[in-house]
Design a protein around this ligand. Sequence first.
Ligand code: HEM
Length: 396
Amino acid sequence: MTVDTTHPRSIPSADWVTIPDLYADPYPIYRRLRAEAPIHWVPAVNRYLVIGYEACHTIELDQERFTADETNSLMKRSMGHSMLRKDDPEHDVERKAYGGVLRPKAIKQEWNQVFERSFATYLERLREAGPGADLVTEFAAPFAAENLRVIMGFENATQEDVQRWSQTLIDGTGNYADDPDVWAAAERSSREVDVAIDEMLPILRDRPNGSLLSALGASGMPLESLRANFKMTIGGGLNEPRDAIATTTWALLSHPTQLASVLADGRWSEAFEESIRWVAPISMYPREATRDTELCGLHIPRGARLGVAVGAANRDPEVFVDAESYDIDRPRKPHLAFGGGNHFCAGAWVARASVVNVALPGLFRELPGLRLDPDRPAVCGGWVFRGVTSLPVLWD
Ligand code: HEM
């Protein structure tokens, strides 16, 4: 497409888009929007929705024009001011404090055994629930929560606590309706997380270990920032591996030829990467324009609240051939599911190690004849966070 960058057009408005429709299935909406422009003003979400691959990627790489520190951010209200809502150099200082905790060496030395142990525990729970069980609630959610609990250093909490904290804090970041019950639940979790941190910090100072709390506690990060980063990581480190496990399992079980190829050649990594391209677990995140500017030939006003819809960008037909289908054989192009630029997901190695190396191959190895339940179809849902929310499965 040829774009005139010297005379930017004004951005079209899409007042027909509704939040329930985005939640139910955003992809037909993205297709209709894409035919007109890569950016639209969407009154229902009070944002300029950026759906084109090039536009999303440009925003990720340009924090001068597009700040992560959004005005009136609901995430800041729910979780505090974490590095995810800061630009460099402030962001960089906090990101560096994460050190090696989420990186390959620590995963090899410390976390792989945690992933194996959680896998064994929650495989057993799934087996006890028996064929017909929901893979999301009986396996994927507690597996992801338990891994995160241990990595973060919450020796004083359960995986159920981590699930509750994660959900209620995330609900706060999406509380556009300003529902007081949602705020109350988020505030309760926020206080519980503060108490758990305060209790663990002195223990880990006396007995340091490889956990994130131990590393951040020793880094000199102010307590307020530490708490905010912890809440952001609780919110950002659970749903996505959970949803990636469920969506990939569902995709493979619905595409038997591709499943056969994955089983024959151990193509778990390709199955996973294609799945998070196809259905990005974090499908939209915010940025704000710091000045009047131009993007892909469109005029963006200063202060514009942007929704970077990587879930849409990952299906941009200008980049991905037959973008709507799940295809592990498609030509490799970088997807945007882990974001990009300075906020590129800090947990990508953890996600890949726990999901690609442990959960997915383990499930198909240990549950012979794993298949969808023909009487109870999988349920997909969500817009900002999207995935398979219920996946009843059978096995022999
Ligand atoms: C399939 C799994 C995952 C996906 C798709 C994913 C996706 C993302 C995305 C899109 C961002 C950037 C958001 C933005 O720029 O506003 C992000 C940031 C982040 N993620 Fe993940 N994530 C995953 C797993 C994890 C896990 C397991 C952890 C922790 C153990 C984690 C920790 C973080 C952190 C700390 C950030 C903030 C990085 C920064 O601001 O520099 N993520 N993730």
